[in-house]
Design a binder for this molecule. Structure first.
Ligand code: ADE
Length: 432
C-alpha cells in the first residue's frame, strides 16, 4: 500500500515521509496504551476539543516521534491546529507511531528511524515550507534553520516553544546575538517538566536503553555519569539502584558538591576514564569524552550518550584510533584499537541511547512535559502580539495547575494552607 494515498490534504511538497503505513495498527495500540498514563494531557485534550483554542493555527512540531508525542499531536489537533510532525533526531522515530498518526489521525509526519542527516535536514526544510504560525521545537534546529535560511517566515510566526535544556541554551545564544525576534517559551524551565522528565524520565529510560542494547548486569560495575544536572542526577540515582558503583564528573563546583553529598564519588574525567565499565554523557556539551579519555579506558569499556546531540563523545577521534567498527548487536559497535590491545564499545552511534535503543521517557512523565507544551501553544495564541520577543517561562500558576492535576490523577491528596498559616506567611512582625 502506498502511504501517499492516505493523505487528503497536501501539506508540503513532500506531504509526508514514513517507513511503512502498514505498521499503523501496532502504532495505534501503543499510542492508546501510552495515553492511559497521560491523564493530564487527556484532560487538556478534552477541553481543547470543546474550546478549540488553536483553531486554524498552522503548527510544526519537531519532536521524537514516540507514542507520547503522538498523544501530544492528537491534543494539538483536538485544539484545532493543523499540525505537521518531523523527527528531532534521526534515530528516535518509532515507525509504527508515524504510520498510525498518518493513517488513523490524518496527521502528516516526516520521520523514519535511521534516516540520514540529509533526510533529517530535508524534513526540517519541507516543514518550514508550510509557513507555520507556531513551532514546537526540540533542540532548536527548526528555529535555527528558519532564522538562518528563511527569516521571511518570522512575520507569520506567533511564537515557538522549546522542550530541552540544550535548545534553551541555543535560544539564549540567539537572544545574545540579537536574532530571536519573536517570543519563545522555555518549556524545559517549568518545574513540572525538568524535575520529572529530566530526572526520573532520563534516569529510567537511559538505563533501559543501556540494558536493552547490551543485556549486561550493572550490579557491581562502575558507571561514570558525565554531568550532574537534572538528567545526570536521574542516571546516577537509578544506576545506584541497580547496584552499580557510580562515579560522577562535573565542571560546576556546586553540582559537584551536590553529587558528593548525594553519596557519589566525584573525579576528574581523566581519572574516571581509567576505572569506568560504563560511561553515560548527559552534559549538553561537546567532546566531554575525548581522545585522551578513550586512550586510558579499560578494555571493553562501554560508552553512550543521553544528552540531546551526538557530539558529546568525540567519535571522530575514536574512529581514527581504531580499526573499522564491528556491530556486535543492534546499537552496539566495537572499536578495536589499531594495536589490537583493547576495545571501546559505543552504543547507539553516540545518539540519545534512551530513544535509540529504548522508547524514551515513560508516558507518565511525558504527560507533564507535553501538558506544558500544549498549554504553551495555547498561551502563545491567546497572547498573540502582546508577548515581548525573547525567552519566556509559563506563569507559575500553570505549573501548579499541572502538578495538581497530576497528583489528583495519581490519587494523592495534599494539605492546603490554613487561614492562620496564610496570615503568618504574609506577615513580618512575628519572630523570636
Ligand atoms: N524525550 C524523551 N523521551 C521522550 C518521549 N518518550 N517522547 C518524546 N520525547 C521524548
Amino acid at each position: 500500500m502506498n502511504a501517499q494515498n492516505f493523505m487528503t490534504t497536501p501539506v508540503t511538497s513532500l506531504q509526508y515521509d514514513i517507513k511503512d503505513i502498514n505498521l499503523a495498527p501496532q502504532g495505534k495500540q501503543r499510542i492508546e496504551w501510552a495515553d492511559r498514563e497521560m491523564p493530564v494531557l487527556r484532560l487538556i485534550r478534552e477541553r481543547f476539543a470543546a474550546e478549540r483554542p488553536l483553531e486554524g493555527v498552522k503548527l510544526v512540531a519537531c519532536a521524537h516521534i514516540t507514542t507520547e508525542t503522538a498523544n501530544l499531536a492528537r491534543t494539538l489537533q483536538a485544539g484545532g491546529a493543523d499540525a505537521l510532525l518531523i523527527a528531532s533526531n534521526p534515530l528516535s522515530t518509532q515507525d509504527d507511531v508515524a504510520a498510525s498518526l498518518v493513517a488513523d489521525w490524518n496527521i502528516p509526519v516526516m520521520a523514519i528511524k535511521g534516516e540520514s542527516t540529509d533526510t533529517y535536514v530535508r524534513h526540517v526544510k519541507a516543514a518550514l515550507e508550510t509557513n507555520p504560525n507556531l513551532i514546537i521545537d526540540d533542540g532548536s534546529d527548526v528555529v535555527a534553520t528558519m532564522i538562518k535560511e528563511k527569516p521571511e517566515l518570522i512575520s507569520n510566526l506567533i511564537g515557538t516553544t522549546e522542550e530541552t535544556t540544550t535548545g534553551i541554551v541555543r535560544l539564549k545564544a540567539m537572544v545574545a546575538a540579537g536574532v530571536l525576534t519573536f517570543p519563545s517559551i522555555a518549556v524545559n524551565d517549568a518545574q513540572t517538566k525538568h524535575f520529572f522528565d529530566n530526572r526520573y524520565g532520563t534516569g529510567q529510560s537511559t538505563l533501559d536503553g543501556v540494558i536493552r542494547a547490551t543485556n549486561i548486569l550493572l550490579a557491581g560495575k562502575t558507571l561514570v555519569t558525565v554531568g550532574y544536572g537534572w538528567c545526570g542526577k536521574g542516571v546516577a540515582m537509578r544506576a545506584r539502584g541497580l547496584g552499580a558503583n557510580v562515579v560522577v564528573t562535573e565542571i560546576d563546583p556546586i553540582k559537584a558538591i551536590e553529587a558528593v553529598m548525594d553519596g557519589f564519588r566525584v573525579l576528574p574525567m581523566k581519572e574516571a576514564a581509567k576505572i569506568g565499565d560504563f560511561f553515560v554523557t548527559v552534559t549538553g556539551n561537546r567532546h566531554v569524552i575525548d581522545k585522551e579519555h578513550f586512550e586510558v579506558m579499560k578494555d571493553g569499556a562501554i560508552v553512550c550518550n543521553s544528552g540531546h546531540f551526538d557530539l558529546e563523545l568525540n567519535l571522530e577521534a575514536l574512529r581514527e584510533m581504531s580499526q573499522p567498527a564491528v556491530t556486535r548487536r543492534p546499537f552496539v559497535e566495537e572499536y578495536r584499537s589499531k594495536d589490537d590491545k583493547k576495545s571501546v564499545i559505543v552504543l547507539g552511534e553516540g545518539r540519545l541511547i534512551n530513544l535509540a535503543a529504548a522508547e524514551g521517557h515513560p508516558a507518565s512523565v511525558m504527560d507533564m512535559s507535553f501538558a506544558n507544551q500544549a498549554l504553551s501553544a495555547e498561551y502563545l495564541v491567546k497572547n498573540k502580539g502582546t508577548l515581548e520577543k525573547g525567552v519566556h517561562v509559563l506563569p507559575a500558576e500553570v505549573d501548579q495547575e499541572i502538578a495538581s492535576l497530576k497528583l489528583r490523577a495519581m490519587g494523592v491528596s495534599i494539605d492546603a494552607l490554613t487561614p492562620e498559616m496564610l496570615e503568618y506567611m504574609s506577615s513580618w512582625e512575628t519572630g523570636t
